[in-house]
Design a protein around this ligand. Sequence first.
Ligand code: FE2
Ligand code: FE2
Length: 120
Amino acid sequence: MGFDIPEPFVWDESFKVFYEKIDGEHKNLFKAVFGCAKEPGSASALTNLVEVTANHFENEEGMMTAKNYAGYPPHKKAHDEFLGKIKGLKAPLDDATLNFAKDWLVNHIKGTDFKYKGAL
Ligand SMILES: [Fe+2]
Ligand SMILES: [Fe+2]
């Protein structure tokens, strides 16, 4: 998919959606994926990723529904699919899985989250 994956995998200002809470959560998501990449065999890094992701999606979805955001249904579906996938993972994570998670996060923020900028 389209957008460059940062290396090392760290949030930068090009990912800003300009909602402080969400930008903070996105930073933590990058950290959680980074943690999995650093220790692919760590079950707790994977558990943390699932928790941080679930928490972020819940908050982001709450902000969208509070504003009756029109793009909510497909956005929610994308969240559910990703969360379902990572919930089904078991450590150790292989490179393909780690790259999938990095690629998904980068492209979801820039391709999908960016659409709600200014609308929430
Ligand atoms: Fe999202
Ligand atoms: Fe997000």
